[in-house]
Design a protein around this ligand. Structure first.
Ligand code: PMV
Length: 296
């Protein structure tokens, strides 16, 4: 029997970094997906994953799943991706979730969404050592989610017509080293960082309301504020700042980096009649536009 499953990638809308320290964030899914195919074999575990050099997430998922459900790992697992792992859309979390879903179908185990999340989050922590789990939650639950560290709260938000432009800065960022670097800096001035995280937490609470109301003006202003606080945390780059300014200058409601920073993507919120202008401005600032649908 051959089982096929898939899970979507994600984009952080609000609250990155603060969410690692117990604050909430808002994350949305993107249209590109990771696909996993699994079948039982007589041989040893084989992972055929030509698009990813790093198969640790699949390996760790198989290990934890087989231990938990007491099944053997004589498996052939093939993965395939709609998107390049360089964009920071969460290919590791999506492949983790898709693998859990595939294994639970193959072995006919009853597993709730929360259990898929808990197992997937364990995989992330075992492989990466750090992370809030927001990307696992997005891959499991889909749509737009209000999320608190470690899955303490996972709440779907009913957001309609989220009109985002996504710009890639051309630099691949390494999330875990950026998170670890910030952790190191926090040690030296905890109270200063705590103040920034509290402000970010407040922005997330306000954005939770403005997004559901389709209040794009307020949402855009909150994105700008969140970006400024990420600059204060020292995780933005000149290129990301330039791309955000360019988008705002031609009429975007707001813009911010999305994810750990240090490169990867920025997002701009714009009304449909401004999208083309915003895209061109981001390209002029040196960015690459990534065409994906959000909130799916
Ligand atoms: O770089 P990304 O898109 O994987 O986002 C990282 C977000 C952080 O808050 C910095 C880390 C986390 O696990 O929440």
């Amino acid at each position: 029997m051959n089982i096929k499953t898939s899970a979507p990638g994600k984009l952080m809308l609000f609250g990155e970094h603060a969410v690692v320290y117990g604050y909430p964030c808002i994350v949305t899914t993107v249209s590109p997906r990771i696909y996993v195919e699994v079948e039982k074999t007589s041989g040893l575990l084989k992972i055929d994953s030509p698009q990813f050099k790093d198969t640790r997430f699949v390996q760790e998922t198989v290990k934890l799943f087989c231990e938990k459900y007491n099944v053997n790992n004589n498996l052939l697992i093939k993965t395939h991706s709609d998107f390049s792992s360089q964009y920071g859309f969460g290919s590791s979390s999506a492949v983790t979730v898709a693998t859990i879903l595939a294994l639970s179908k193959l072995f006919q185990t009853e597993i709730s969404k929360k259990e898929v999340f808990d197992l997937g989050y364990k995989v992330v922590i075992n492989v990466q050592g750090v992370g809030s789990g927001f990307d696992i939650a997005a891959a499991v639950f889909g749509g737009t989610i209000y999320f608190v560290t470690g899955g303490k709260v996972i709440e779907p938000l009913f957001v309609k017509n989220l009109s985002l432009v996504i710009g890639y800065s051309g630099v691949k960022a390494d999330t875990s080293s950026i998170v670890k670097n910030l952790e190191f800096r926090i040690h030296n001035s905890e109270s200063e960082y705590k103040k920034i995280f509290e402000k970010i937490g407040k922005i997330v609470e306000e954005a939770k309301i403005s997004l559901v109301k389709n209040d794009w003006k307020t949402t855009g202003e909150l994105m700008n504020k969140n970006h400024r606080l990420l600059q204060e945390l020292g995780v933005s780059t000149e290129k990301l700042d330039k791309m955000c300014h360019a988008a705002i200058n031609v009429g975007a409601f707001g813009a911010k980096l999305s994810g750990a920073g240090g490169g990867d993507c920025m997002i701009a919120l714009a009304s449909s009649n401004k999208i083309k202008k915003v895209e061109l401005a981001i390209i002029k600032a040196g960015g690459e536009i990534i065409n994906v649908k959000c909130n799916i």
